[in-house]
Design a protein around this ligand. Sequence first.
Ligand SMILES: NC(=O)c1ccc[n+]([C@@H]2O[C@H](COP(=O)([O-])OP(=O)(O)OC[C@H]3O[C@@H](n4cnc5c(N)ncnc54)[C@H](O)[C@@H]3O)[C@@H](O)[C@H]2O)c1
Length: 251
Amino acid sequence: MSDTSQVAIITGGASGLGQAVALKLADQGNQIVLVDINEDTGQATRTQLEKLGVEVLFVHADVSRAADVKRYVDTTVEHFGRIDLFFNNAGISGPGTPFVDNSIEQIDEVLNINLRGALYGLKYVLEVMLKQGAGTIVNMASSAGLVGIEGVGTYSATKHGMAGITKTIAVENAKQGIRINAVAPGATETPLIKAYRQAHPDIVARNEAAIPQQRFGSPEEVAELVAFLFSDAAPHINGTVIPIDGGFTAQ
Ligand SMILES: NC(=O)c1ccc[n+]([C@@H]2O[C@H](COP(=O)([O-])OP(=O)(O)OC[C@H]3O[C@@H](n4cnc5c(N)ncnc54)[C@H](O)[C@@H]3O)[C@@H](O)[C@H]2O)c1
């Protein structure tokens, strides 16, 4: 991170990985625009971040709606005048059943939020960054964007899509001063996984045993990687999809 405060948009910033990255970037003194569909957790996160002494906006938006995406981008530019960092993170996991059993509605929901929503964000944010001649983007992929994992068919398609768009737009926009990478976490201890661990300790133990390091990651570990990719310490890292999964996808 440079010494001067930057303006960061974080989608899905009200929980889990988005919230951990918001806390990390706010702690570094950056101004934060939280985008989330959940008003209550969004406002609560805004209050939490403001205690770190930075300016925080919360924009209630559904990333799968292009008009909402344009609104969070326009609101940021109207308020702060620029967008320096974009963490394109909002996503859902889908039904967790074999792909053939997914309904058309389930397929559409995961595609619309995880992939269409992310692409809309990239389009509108890139338009602003290209005018600035600067900006850094981190997209949220997943282990399921690198290898096949049972039960996450549509999710896996969206996360492979995130890897693809990351590489293409990194190539297209490098000369214009924009840097774009993706992170690909394995299972990470967000509130959802913590609740799942309580309900199904045996399944969680089996999944952990499949990881060379024998444990899930933490949101803070992912936030460290994202903050590094945003920082001035990573100027030549561009177009990568970086696993952070305890060795899971190295097997
Ligand atoms: N937790 C993991 O194990 C893991 C691993 C790899 C990748 N990921 C990815 O990380 C991202 C965040 O996941 P998480 O585990 O922090 O989940 P989470 O459920 O804790 O947080 C996701 C946030 O996104 C918001 N959101 C959902 N749909 C939205 C929409 N349509 N518009 C705006 N906001 C919306 C939710 O309200 C929530 O605040 C997702 O893209 C997920 O696929 C998670």
